[in-house]
Design a protein around this ligand. Structure first.
Ligand SMILES: Nc1ncnc2c1ncn2[C@@H]1O[C@H](COP(=O)(O)OP(=O)(O)O)[C@@H](O)[C@H]1O
Ligand SMILES: [Mg+2]
Length: 613
C-alpha cells in the first residue's frame, strides 16, 4: 500500500470511529430525563432559584408596563388633557421603573449565574466521585479520554441550560403571553391582523433554525475529531518523530483542520441569515401596523378604531415580540443538546461498581497476611478464561514467586488479591476471611502493589512518595527513600525532594520511577506486597544495589513476586508455575530444577542463565 493510501486509510478509519462516537449530539426531548436533571436544582429551590425568578418577573412586568404608560397613558390621557403636572409625575414614574428594572436585571444575572455554576459544580462533583468508585472493569472498556470528555464537555453543555436557559425560557414565555394578552385587550382587531403572520414566522424560523443547528453540529463533530487527533498526535509525538512520520501526520492534520475550517464557514454563513430574517418579519409586522393601524386611527376610538396612544403602544410591543420568539427556538436546540449530554452523563451515573461492598461488610483489623485461593476461576470478558480452578496457599510472611509466559494469568492473580475483580467461581481469602465480606478500603490498606509501569502524579517527589501514606512526616518519607536506595538520585536533582515532577514523571528514568514506587510501597507499610514485574525496568547494576533493600522490603511481609529475574525468583519460598490460567507446577527453586519440568524449560529459555543454577 502506498503512503498516500495509508494516510487515506487512516483518515477513513478515524472518521468512522469519531463519527459513530459523536453522532448523537442531539436527542429527542425526554421528560423523564429532564426531570432527573431538574432534581439538581432542588438544593437551590429556597434561595437562588426563587430569587432569580422574582427578579425576572419584576423586570418583565416593568418592560410590559412602560409601553402602556407611554402610549395609552401619556399620549391618550395626559397629553390630550394637556395635564403638565401629571406628565411630570409620569416621566418620573417611568424613570423610577427603569431604575428598578436595572437593579432587578443586575440581581437576576447574578443569581442566575450562581444557580448555574452551583448546579454544574454539583453535577461534576457527583459524576467524578461516582466514577472514582467504579471498578476496574469499567476502566478496562473505556479510554481515559472518553471519560474525560463526559466529565468536562458534556457537563459544559449543560451549563447554558442551567445558567440562562431555564430562567430565560420562563422570561420569554411570560413576555410573549403578556404581550399577546395586552395587544388583544388594547385592540383585538389590530392584534389579530398582526398575529396573522405569526404561524408563518414560527414555521420559517424553525426551519431555518434547524439548518443552522445541523451546521453547528457539524462544527462540533469536526472539532472533537480535531481534539482527538491532536491528543493522540501529541501523546505519540516521540513515536511519530522516531519513525519520521511527521509529514504524514501534518498531512492528516491539514485534512482535519480544513474540514474544521469549512464547517465553521458554512455554519457562520447560515447563522448570518437568521438576524436579517428576524428583522424582515419585524418590518412586515410594522407595515401591517402602519397600514391597518392608520386606518383604525382615522376611524377613531368612538367608531371601533383606536387612539394614537394605542398605536404607539403597539409599535413598542411589536419591537419586543421577535426576540423572545427567536430565543425560544434557540432554547429548544439547547434542550436537545442537553438531552444528549445528560443521557451520556446519566449512563455513567447508572453504572454500578462490579465489585460491590456488602451492606454488612466489616473492616479488617490486624491481619497476619495469609492468602488462600480456593478453586478460583476467573474471566475478564466471560469468553476467554483467565484463571481456571486455581488453588494455592501463601502463608503469612512467605515470599512466593509466580512465573509463566505472558498472558498465563500472573497479573490476574494479583488483581484478585486486591479484589479489583471478583472471582467467577471459588473464593479468595485472607487470614480465612472471604474478601467479599470485608470492606474494600480496609483490604487495600493492607496491600501495596508495585507495577512495572509506575504512575507518577504531577507534584513534588516528596508528595509522590507520601501517596503511600498521606500522614507520613517528611523524615519518614526520606527514610523510606533511603531504605530502597532512591535517596541518591533524589539528592542529585535540582531541588531534591521538592523537585516538581510533571504528570507521568517524564523527567525520571524508568528505573528511578521504579525506586520511587518502592519507597511509596514501603512507606505504606502493608502486610502484603505484590511486585508485578516491578524490577523489569531497572538495570542489573541498580538491581544489585537494591537487592538488600528489596529483601528488607519483603521481610516480615507476605510477598507475591511476579518477576523477570531469576535472582529474585530463586530466593522465593515457593514458586508457582502458570500456564493458560492453571498452576502446572509448584515447589521451591531446587525442587523444580531437579524435576526438570516446565519450570526448568521456562528458565532455560527465558533467562538463559543456566550457569547460575
Ligand atoms: N483487563 C483485561 N480485560 C480483558 N482481558 C484481560 C485483561 N487483562 C488481562 N486479560 C487477559 O487475561 C489473560 C491473563 O492475563 P494476565 O494475568 O495479565 O497475564 P500475565 O501472566 O502476562 O500477567 C490474558 O489472556 C489476557 O489477555
Ligand atoms: Mg502481567
Amino acid at each position: 500500500m502506498s503512503k498516500e493510501q495509508q494516510t487515506k486509510e487512516k483518515h477513513n478509519h478515524l472518521q468512522r470511529f469519531y463519527y459513530t462516537q459523536d453522532q448523537v449530539i442531539e436527542k429527542p426531548f425526554n421528560w423523564q430525563q429532564m426531570r432527573r436533571l431538574l432534581i439538581y436544582l432542588k438544593p437551590y429551590s429556597k434561595n437562588y432559584l426563587p430569587a432569580a425568578m422574582l427578579a425576572m418577573l419584576i423586570s418583565t412586568l416593568i418592560r410590559l408596563i412602560v409601553p402602556i404608560l407611554i402610549g395609552k397613558v401619556a399620549i391618550d390621557i395626559v397629553i390630550s388633557n394637556k395635564n403638565i403636572t401629571m406628565l411630570t409625575y409620569l416621566v418620573l414614574g417611568i424613570i423610577v421603573l427603569y431604575l428598578i428594572n436595572y437593579l432587578a436585571n443586575v440581581f437576576r444575572i447574578k443569581w442566575v449565574n450562581m444557580l448555574g455554576q452551583n448546579v454544574i459544580y454539583d453535577i461534576r462533583q457527583h459524576l467524578f466521585s461516582h466514577v472514582q468508585r467504579l471498578s476496574h472493569r469499567f476502566f478496562d472498556s473505556r479510554s481515559a479520554g472518553s471519560i474525560l470528555v463526559r466529565i468536562m464537555n458534556d457537563i459544559n453543555s449543560l451549563q447554558e441550560l442551567f445558567t440562562n436557559g431555564i430562567i430565560n425560557l420562563l422570561m420569554d414565555i411570560v413576555t410573549l403571553i403578556g404581550i399577546i394578552v395586552i395587544l388583544f385587550v388594547l385592540s383585538p382587531k389590530l392584534a389579530l391582523a398582526i398575529m396573522i403572520i405569526l404561524p408563518l414566522m414560527f414555521y420559517l424560523t424553525t426551519k431555518l433554525r434547524r439548518k443552522i443547528r445541523r451546521s453547528w453540529q457539524q462544527v462540533r463533530i469536526q472539532q472533537s475529531r480535531m481534539n482527538s487527533h491532536l491528543n493522540e498526535a501529541l501523546q505519540g509525538m516521540r513515536i511519530t518523530q522516531s519513525f519520521s512520520q511527521e509529514l504524514e501526520n501534518a498531512e492528516y492534520f491539514h485534512g482535519v483542520n480544513s474540514d474544521n475550517f469549512e464547517s465553521w464557514r458554512e455554519a457562520t454563513r447560515k447563522s448570518a441569515m437568521f438576524r436579517p430574517f428576524v428583522e424582515m418579519s419585524n418590518a412586515l409586522g410594522t407595515i401591517i401596523l402602519i397600514s391597518y393601524g392608520a386606518h383604525l386611527i382615522l376611524l377613531g376610538p368612538e367608531n371601533g378604531g383606536i387612539g394614537i396612544g394605542t398605536f404607539v403602544s403597539f409599535a413598542f410591543f411589536i419591537g419586543m415580540f421577535w426576540d423572545p420568539i427567536s430565543r425560544l427556538g434557540q432554547m429548544y436546540n439547547q434542550m436537545l443538546m442537553a438531552m444528549a449530554a445528560s443521557e451520556r452523563i446519566f449512563e455513567f451515573l447508572d453504572e454500578r461498581p462490579n465489585v460491590k461492598e456488602k451492606e454488612n461488610a466489616y473492616a479488617f483489623t490486624d491481619i497476619e497476611g495469609q492468602v488462600e485461593f480456593d478453586k478460583v476461576s476467573f474471566s475478564y470478558d466471560e469468553k476467554r478464561v483467565a484463571l481456571q480452578e486455581i488453588s494455592l496457599t501463601i502463608e503469612a510472611g512467605e515470599t512466593v514467586a509466580l512465573v509463566g509466559h505472558t498472558g498465563s494469568g500472573k497479573s490476574t492473580i494479583a488483581n484478585l488479591i486486591s479484589r479489583f475483580y471478583d472471582p467467577v467461581k471459588g473464593s479468595v481469602k485472607m487470614d480465612g476471611h472471604d474478601l467479599r465480606n470485608v470492606r474494600l478500603d480496609s483490604l487495600r490498606q493492607k496491600i501495596s502493589i508495585v507495577l512495572q509501569d509506575t504512575f507518577i502524579f504531577s507534584g513534588t517527589i516528596m508528595e509522590n512518595i507520601r501517596f503511600g501514606r498521606p500522614n507520613a512526616t517528611d523524615d519518614e518519607v526520606r527514610q523510606a527513600a533511603k531504605f530502597v536506595g532512591a535517596d541518591d538520585f533524589i539528592n542529585r536533582m535540582a531541588n531534591g525532594y521538592e523537585t516538581e515532577v510533571e504528570e507521568r514523571g517524564n523527567i525520571l528514568s524508568a528505573g528511578e520511577r521504579q525506586l520511587l514506587s518502592f519507597a511509596r510501597a514501603l512507606l505504606a507499610d502493608p502486610r502484603i506486597i505484590i511486585l508485578d514485574e516491578a524490577t523489569a525496568s531497572i538495570d542489573t547494576e541498580t538491581e544489585i544495589k537494591i537487592q538488600s533493600a528489596l529483601a528488607k522490603l519483603l521481610k516480615k511481609r507476605t510477598a507475591i513476586i511476579i518477576a523477570h529475574r531469576l535472582s529474585t525468583i530463586r530466593k522465593a519460598d515457593k514458586i508457582f508455575v502458570l500456564e493458560n490460567g492453571r498452576i502446572i507446577e509448584s515447589g521451591n527453586h531446587e525442587e523444580l530444577v531437579q524435576k526438570q519440568g516446565k519450570y526448568y524449560g521456562l528458565i532455560k529459555s527465558q533467562f538463559q542463565m543456566l550457569d547460575v543454577i
